[in-house]
Every structure is written in structure tokens, then in C-alpha cells.
Design a protein around this ligand. Structure first.
Ligand SMILES: [Zn+2]
Length: 491
């Protein structure tokens, strides 16, 4: 970021709410079905068909709103947003306009200062104001690929038409592409955490648009903004914003003028390009949807939803640090998914060792899970058995090195820790007599090194430890080896 410039970014997220049926009819929302098979007169917009609001969509919208710190309005109004596009059969979208479902959100996120290469340097909290979260229906999809004569024809699949969405709009308060990146990740995790949305950008059930402008530091007014679309991953969004900021500054510093327009990110070339200029902007002629009554939500209803919510990810991260003494990074990773956080707490309860459980999950277990594309909830090693494994290490029954192999075997076979240890005949040698014998062997086999050590080359200590461990075939307790070796070498 060149000196003297400030970036201003506002974000709009569309998240598909995880209902089984659409927002105003009973059609299935299942992904990947035969095109146009999940449709009916309501979502096809046939004359005379009337919408009926899906109660579950309201419930999930409420969970999303509360998870993001929004206030839910007791009365909200559905409105028609009028525009023409082939994937919108009614010629309007049922959305919300001047009386949205929820508003005035205050959300604290963690955002990192990063170096040029994007490496995290330091995390700090930032408060984001969310203007509104409203409910609306999705449009269908134009299909331009994988069908005959796509060079001449467009195809339309209306299975998605009428799928419930939460649109989440922030104030323009992000000051860098990375803040936007951290916010979107925060929202994704929160929505998944409370079961409101799968929030999977690759499947398109979380979509993101960014409004980007720059201004001179100290300016009160906003610069000309550009709307970015086609941001199919959080990383694409970050790169698109970064590209746009640089482009704006270059244009302005060379005395040029920016045009308000919508641009698409093309990741193959790493550039944005113009989709449409704002002169072609739509006038949506919103008016209240005459076929739906106002949506009334009582305080009791909101309180009941609030009571049914799990402890939220950010609160849980803070509690993990306070209660278990975990670092910010450890606590963040262990609360990246709700099932992982549950797994960790169960393993702590069994092992009584918060640090040990954290280390084994973060290093060994997550590697196995990732390699197999599994979430913690589907781990072949249960949290009870991981806790048992940590217990065996702490009791000195097996070494850390042995435990790594035991965990791999547990993961492969689904067997318990004690069972694998017994099967493989793994016993850690902590017997000092046995270890002393190995040390004597090693010292007499390496007279040269012993001589050097005694004449001051103390770095050879590690060499001796290694030789003793090797002589024990990895079974010696390293702590005992260290103690006994020190004692012997002092003589
Ligand atoms: Zn339908």
C-alpha cells in the first residue's frame, strides 16, 4: 500500500440457508439433481401460484443473525425486487428492502497483520458493523458449459430458484484486503458452527461481493467505488481486492478518473475486467410483496433461538485460552470447526492433560484426518482413545516416538490405544539398571567421543543420547536416559 492512500471496502455475502426445502414452496433444495426437476408453479412463477414462507428458513436466518451479533426485528417486510434476467422466471425476486429481518450488527473478529507474502505477523481484534441481514430467494442458474451447442444456446436450470438466502451487508469499514479475508472466514465458520449454512464457496452456497474504493488519508468523502463479483474463494476475493486497489491508485496518481462499474475477477490472468458500467445500473422499483404478510417475530421466539445456540466460536476460543492455557494459535486452530472443538474437550476430559491433548491433535491427528479428507467427528480414533493415548505417554508406559506409530495404527484399524500397545509389545524402558547398562556400552564403544566430551566438547551430549536411544531400539525413556547419562558423564 503506497503511503498516503487508504482503502475502503464493504462486503456483501449471500449465504444459502441449510433448509431441506425452498423458501416459499415445498420443492427440494438438494444439490446436483436432474436440472429443472425440483420445481413447481410457485418457484417457476406461474400465474396464480402463491408463496408460503418456510418456517425453517426463518429459524436458520435467526441463528445466522444472532451468531453475527445482529438485532432481529420484530416486524420485517418482504419486497419485490424487479429486474429482467433469464434465470428469474417471475421477473422479480422476493427479497427485503427497507424493513429487513435483522440489522445493526456489532461483530468482533480477529484480523492479522501480514507481511508482503501474506504470512501472519500478529493478530488483533477489530469491530465490524453489519448493516443488515435479510432473507430472500435465490435465482436459477444459466448453464453455459457441458451441454450440446453451448456456443449458440444458453440453458437454464431452475432447481436453485427459490432457495433461501441470507444476504449479509457490512458498513464500508475494512481497510485492507486481508481484513476482508479474515471477516469472510469468520462469517463462514460462524454460519457452519450454528448450522445455518454449509457456507461452502466452492459449491456456491456462500457467495461474496466486494465494494472497493481508495481515498487520500484524511479525506472524509469516499472515492469512486467498484463492485467486484465472481469471487469464488476467499483467496480470490483477497487477490481481486488487492489488484483493484493498486489499479485505483495507479489511475488516480497518473491524473486519471475512475468509473463506477462492476468488474469480474479472472483468476487465470490475475486481473479484474469490466462486466458493466454503473450507467446501465438497475432501477429495481422495490415494492412490498402483496402475496406475503409482514413477518412477525416475537421476543419469546428470539429468546428461544438464543437459548438453543451453542457457545460461539470466538467465545470458545477465548475460553480455551483461559481455561486450558492454550496459545492464540492453538486455541484458534482447535476452534476452527465445532466438531474439532468438541473432540478436543472430550480428549482433555479423558487425559486430564490440556497441553498434551492439544499437541497430539494439532500435530498427529489433524495430519491423518487431512490426509484422509475427514472431519474430527468422523475420526476413526475417538477422542476417548486419543485421551487414553496421551495418558499412556504421561504415565511413562510408552515413549512419544512409540505413540506416533501407535496413533497411525489406531487410525488405520480403529483399535484402542491400550490394545495396539499390547499387540505390538511396546513397552517403554524406564528401568535405570537397564538404561545404565546401555549407557556403559555406548560409552565404551565410543572412546574418542568420550575423550572429546571430557575435554570440553559438550555438544556431544546429544550424540550419546542418540546412541543410547538407538541401542534401546527407541524403547528407552528419553527423560531417564538424559538423567542417567548426565550422572555418568560427571564422573
Ligand atoms: Zn417450487
Amino acid at each position: 500500500m503506497p503511503n498516503g492512500w487508504e482503502t475502503v471496502i464493504g462486503l456483501e455475502i449471500h449465504a444459502q440457508l441449510s433448509t431441506a426445502s425452498k423458501i416459499f414452496c415445498g420443492c427440494s433444495t438438494r444439490f446436483g439433481d436432474e436440472p429443472n426437476s425440483n420445481t413447481c408453479p410457485v418457484c417457476l412463477g406461474l400465474p396464480g401460484a402463491l408463496p408460503v414462507l418456510n418456517r425453517r428458513a426463518v429459524e436458520l436466518g435467526a441463528r445466522a443473525a444472532l451468531a453475527l451479533g445482529l438485532r432481529i426485528n420484530n416486524v420485517s417486510i418482504f419486497s419485490r425486487k424487479n429486474y429482467f434476467y433469464p434465470d428469474l422466471p417471475k421477473g422479480y425476486q422476493i427479497s427485503q428492502y427497507d424493513q429487513p429481518f435483522s440489522a445493526a450488527g456489532v461483530l468482533e473478529i480477529m484480523t492479522a497483520l501480514r507481511d508482503e507474502a501474506g504470512h501472519t505477523r500478529e493478530w488483533q481484534p477489530k469491530t465490524i458493523h453489519i448493516t443488515r441481514l435479510h432473507l430472500e430467494e435465490d435465482a436459477g442458474k444459466n448453464v453455459h458449459e457441458g451441454l450440446p451447442d453451448v456456443d449458440r444456446f444458453s440453458y437454464i436450470d431452475l432447481n436453485r430458484a427459490g432457495t433461501p438466502l441470507a444476504e449479509i451487508v457490512t458498513e464500508p469499514e475494512f481497510r485492507s484486503s486481508w481484513e476482508a479475508y479474515d471477516y469472510v472466514n469468520h462469517v463462514r465458520r460462524a454460519l457452519q458452527w450454528v448450522g445455518a449454512s454449509d457456507a461452502d464457496m466452492e459449491k456456491g452456497n456462500l457467495r461474496c461481493e466486494a465494494n472497493v474504493s481508495v481515498r487520500r488519508v484524511g479525506d472524509e468523502t469516499f472515492g469512486t467505488k467498484v463492485e467486484l463479483k465472481n469471487l469464488n474463494s476467499v483467496r480470490f476475493m483477497q487477490r481481486a481486492i488487492e489488484f483493484e486497489v493498486e489499479r485505483h491508485i495507479k489511475v488516480l496518481e497518473s491524473g486519471g478518473r475512475l468509473v463506477q462499474e462492476t468488474r469480474l475477477w479472472d483468476d487465470r490472468v490475475g486481473e479484474t475486467r469490466v462486466m458493466r458500467s454503473k450507467e446501465e445500473a438497475q432501477e429495481y422499483r422495490y415494492f412490498p410483496e402483496p402475496d406475503l404478510p409482514p413477518l412477525l417475530v416475537s421476543d419469546e421466539y428470539i429468546a428461544a433461538i438464543r437459548d438453543s445456540m451453542p457457545e460461539l466460536p470466538e467465545a470458545r476460543r477465548q475460553r480455551f485460552s483461559a481455561q486450558y492455557g492454550l496459545s492464540f494459535n492453538d486455541a484458534s486452530q482447535l476452534t476452527s470447526e465445532r466438531s474439532l472443538a468438541d473432540y478436543y474437550e472430550r480428549a482433555v476430559a479423558v487425559s486430564g492433560d490440556p497441553r498434551g491433548a492439544a499437541n497430539w491433535i494439532r500435530s498427529e491427528l489433524l495430519r491423518e484426518l487431512e490426509a484422509n479428507g475427514l472431519e474430527a467427528s468422523a475420526s476413526p480414533v475417538s477422542p476417548d482413545e486419543l485421551g487414553a493415548l496421551v495418558g499412556l505417554i504421561n504415565e511413562g508406559k510408552i515413549s512419544g516416538k512409540q505413540a506416533k506409530d501407535v496413533l497411525v495404527e489406531m487410525f488405520k484399524t480403529g483399535k484402542g490405544a491400550a490394545a495396539v500397545v499390547a499387540e505390538q509389545g511396546l513397552v517403554q524402558v524406564s528401568d535405570t539398571g537397564e538404561i545404565d547398562r546401555l549407557i556403559d556400552e555406548v560409552l565404551s564403544a565410543n572412546p574418542g567421543q568420550l575423550e572429546s566430551y571430557r575435554s570440553g566438547k559438550e555438544t556431544l551430549f546429544g550424540f550419546f543420547v542418540g546412541q543410547v536411544m538407538k541401542a534401546s531400539q527407541g524403547k528407552a525413556n528419553p527423560k531417564v536416559v538424559n538423567e542417567r547419562l548426565k550422572a555418568k558423564l560427571m564422573k
